[in-house]
Design a protein around this ligand. Structure first.
Ligand code: EPU
Length: 418
């Protein structure tokens, strides 16, 4: 697979493009298959590197996959073949930690490599582990692995110290098979959590309150298979709309879930774009230079940290100065230095970045450091005068399905190169 994207920028993007299913909903949905011996069919699994990694992990644990011609994927874990998520898989994808809850609940034992730090921050899993302990599991950490054991988990009250998305998902899956009722307080309200709850309910779990900060799960002895359609990717949707806004274009994203993007759309309007919503279609028209607008990331329904890098690219060429405050991850500004190589004037200080808008970017060779950072560099490249080469685009392939094809269909000049 070619590792660079070459972009000839400066062209307004125009047209309509369809969004894929959400990466961060597909990964927990696949892991939920570990809870049952019956088949789970997902209608629209996106084709992403993180999905390939999750499939490899599930296959090791006993999962068998079959892909239907229409795009649906069925996974069946008739028998757990192993209870271990090895380091080589967890280190490439932190979401591998999502097998902990289902393995523990179904098999009574799970051994998962500690994820360690990653490019955007330390990202511990203490809240996951504290929750499993409250559900009655014995947790020990040995040789870089978390080992969790329990005969049958017991429902309880779990109050998370902070809002964690995969932590909420992990605990919800474990509690689905526990004895008695579990209440999760300070739960994540992200749409991906609600989508997983919807799937688990279709599988026979009893869950109420998903989408709020208090989720109640009444454990059942067994859950079965189901068929499920994953929600649209709100971050891909936002990224494509910013592609319209940053190039002074007119982009419509179809198949989207506008209610999952309220803060993103409001911020695009604050930046001067005209947004219109019609059912599952969102149109972004931006013929003027963007206006500066401050951003503070926060858990859903606040402004998503996963859109921060893309908006930094947009604000980099806005009229005025914007302050970006990142409250979720401690080290998520690595794209700032790369954007500066393209002519931006961004200064970071801890969790804040001051973005002084410049009239335009200049094409340059830049390097992607993580998934959303790579998206921000592609966006800047689309708007830049001249040619931009984004290297290490494997980061992009983890979470965007055929992004360059979609951008090309909107008129972008973008190619893969070796
Ligand atoms: N945290 C802890 N302890 C824990 C769990 C989290 O201190 O036990 C901290 C984290 O270090 C972080 C904050 O809590 O500072 C929030 O982390 P969270 O657990 O919510 O993040 P996550 O579940 O690991 C998911 C997404 C991320 C997204 C974040 C925040 C998946 C697979 N990943 O990660 O997506 O940024 O929620 O919304 O759902 C991406 O798609 O690019 C991406 C990074």
């Amino acid at each position: 697979m070619a590792t660079r994207l070459v972009i000839d920028g400066g062209r307004p993007l125009e047209g309509q493009v369809e969004v894929s299913a959400a990466k961060n909903a597909a990964l927990p949905a696949l892991c939920a298959a570990l809870l049952t011996a019956e088949p789970l069919t997902l209608d629209n699994v996106p084709s992403l590197a993180d999905v390939t990694t999750t499939r490899a992990l599930l296959e090791r644990l006993g999962g068998e996959f079959s892909d239907e011609p229409g795009g649906a994927t069925t996974v069946r874990v008739a028998r757990l073949a192993s209870h271990e998520a090895p380091y080589e898989l967890v280190s490439t994808m932190r979401a591998s930690v999502l097998v902990l809850g289902p393995l523990l609940a179904r098999g009574g034992v799970a051994r998962v490599a500690l994820p360690g730090g990653c490019a955007i921050g330390l990202r511990p899993i203490d809240q996951h582990l504290k929750g499993f302990q409250k559900l009655g599991a014995d947790i020990s950490i040995q040789n870089g692995y978390v080992e969790a054991r329990a005969s049958r988990l017991k429902g309880t009250l779990i109050t998370n110290d902070l809002v964690t998305v995969t932590g909420t998902e992990n605990l919800m899956m474990a509690a689905a098979l526990a004895e008695g009722t579990t209440v999760l307080v300070n739960a994540a309200r992200e749409p991906e959590v609600s989508d997983l709850a919807r799937l688990l309910v279709a599988m026979g779990a009893r869950i109420e309150g998903a989408g709020t900060a208090r989720i109640e799960i009444q454990g059942v002895p067994e859950i079965g298979g189901a068929r499920h359609r994953i929600i649209p990717d709100r971050i891909e949707t936002g990224t494509l709309l910013v592609a319209g806004a940053i190039t002074g274009g007119d982009v419509t994203v179809t198949g989207a879930a506008p209610r999952h993007l309220t803060t993103t759309l409001a911020k695009l309007e604050e930046c001067g774009a005209a947004i219109s919503v019609d059912g599952d279609r969102i149109r972004c028209v931006a013929r003027q230079r963007p206006r500066a607008a401050d951003i503070i990331t926060s858990p859903f329904p606040g402004f998503p940290t996963d859109m921060q890098a893309q908006f930094m690219a947009l604000l980099g060429v806005a009229d005025g100065t914007a302050k970006i405050t990142e409250t979720i991850f401690e080290n998520r500004f690595m794209h700032a230095a790369e954007l500066n190589r393209m002519g931006a004037r961004i200064e970071t200080d801890g969790s804040t970045a001051m973005v002084r808008g410049v009239p335009a970017y200049q094409g340059a060779p830049v390097m992607a450091t993580d998934l959303r950072a790579s998206a921000s560099l592609v966006l800047a490249g689309l708007a830049a005068h001249g040619t931009t080469e984004v290297s290490r685009v494997y980061h992009l392939d983890r979470g965007y399905e055929r992004l360059e094809d979609k951008l090309r269909s909107l008129g972008a000049r973008i190619q893969r190169a070796g």
